[in-house]
Design a protein around this ligand. Structure first.
Ligand code: NAP
Length: 307
């Protein structure tokens, strides 16, 4: 099969850092067009928004959306209405009802919808899932603590309504946890710390359960120095430690495993496989857990935050 013509929408940090390099190496997709209000990609035909790109380039097979989640629904709906295959950055939408509607639209249009969770493609996530299969889980600790000023410089949208706040990175932890733990996760409580001058949380503590085991998740956007993207699982066979966003695995009585970062190459390969198989992949569980934390969460007002 020839490579598919793809349009990229929302030229910001993740588009430049990961999508463009992964597409440059992809044998499945040709990056033919880009849509963004202010930013351009050198050497790629540019359009100010997705609607104008779709109208001008009917030959496109697929579109990949890298805009922030709030506002992405309208862009995604336009792509699906145009009969194009669609890949979504995480989180797939600003609300659960939006992504459910998009999944129905994709099915009705007979196109592929691929809601990606890039952290699930980290090098050691599959090995962690395989090791945990059949083990008794006693407790889980999730620590996802990073410096918003380093990783999201000036991204005011992230702390606005629909921006997810610290759940923007935190949902990556939940995407891994839902992938590697044998039993479903259930949210039982949350404390959300919201700066006086913002709407979305800058830190959160979430209590969950998986089977009969407690799960404690700590998300923090104000971590300076050592950053942590770690999940620890106590089992009847010892402690599993999945570190560095899923790229390093420490198991009892074994040398650590640490594979290369191929997250976005794997995402685009998977998208191509889904298109060729005529299937979609829309797993809502991480987004549902975030929605549940917002539903039951106690909100605490904390000091103002400025970049
Ligand atoms: P970003 O740097 O702010 O880039 C997003 C781009 O989308 C902007 O440059 C902007 O370009 C466009 N855009 C369209 N509507 C917008 C709006 N209402 N507000 C702000 N920008 C708008 O954000 P990002 O870090 O690339 O994140 C985008 C998505 O990727 C998010 O869902 C995020 O969770 C996900 N992601 C980010 C990372 C990361 O490390 N940063 C990692 C993995 C996934 P124009 O102004 O030209 O339209």
């Amino acid at each position: 099969m020839n490579s598919m013509k793809l349009g990229l929408v929302g030229i910001g940090k993740i588009a430049r850092d990961q999508h463009v390099p992964a597409l440059a190496r992809s044998i499945d997709f040709d990056l033919c067009a880009a849509a963004s209000r202010h930013n351009r990609l050198e050497g790629v035909d540019h359009y100010p928004n997705v609607e104008e790109m779709l109208a001008a380039r009917p030959e496109l097979d697929a579109v990949s959306l890298c805009t922030p989640p709030d506002g992405r629904y309208e862009q995604a709906a336009a792509v699906l209405r145009a009969g194009k295959h669609l890949m979504l950055e995480k989180p797939p939408a600003a609300t659960v009802s939006e992504i459910e509607a998009l999944a129905l639209m994709a099915a009705a249009s007979g196109v592929t919808l691929c809601a990606t969770w890039h952290s699930r493609e980290a090098a050691e996530v599959d090995a962690a899932r395989d090791w945990l299969a059949g083990k008794r889980i006693a407790a889980v600790r999730i620590r996802w603590k990073e410096d918003i000023r380093q990783w999201h410089p000036g991204q005011d949208w992230i702390l606005a309504a629909g921006g997810f706040g610290v759940f923007d990175p935190g949902i990556n932890a939940l995407s891994i946890a839902t992938q590697i733990l044998p039993d479903p996760l259930v949210v039982t409580g949350a404390v959300l710390s919201v700066p006086t001058n913002r709407v979305s949380p800058i830190a959160a503590s979430i209590a969950l359960r998986t089977g009969d085991a407690p799960v404690a998740a700590e998300f923090d956007f104000l971590q300076t120095g050592q950053q942590s993207w770690d999940i620890e699982v106590d089992t009847d066979a010892g402690v599993l430690r999945l570190r560095d966003g899923g790229s390093r695995l420490e198991l009892p009585d074994a040398a650590p495993l640490a594979g290369p970062n191929e997250e976005y190459a794997r995402l685009y390969r998977r998208f191509a496989e889904l298109v060729r198989a005529g299937e979609s992949d829309v797993d809502l569980r991480p987004l549902q857990l975030v929605a549940d934390a917002f539903l039951v969460g106690e909100r605490r007002v904390v000091e103002p935050f400025d970049f």
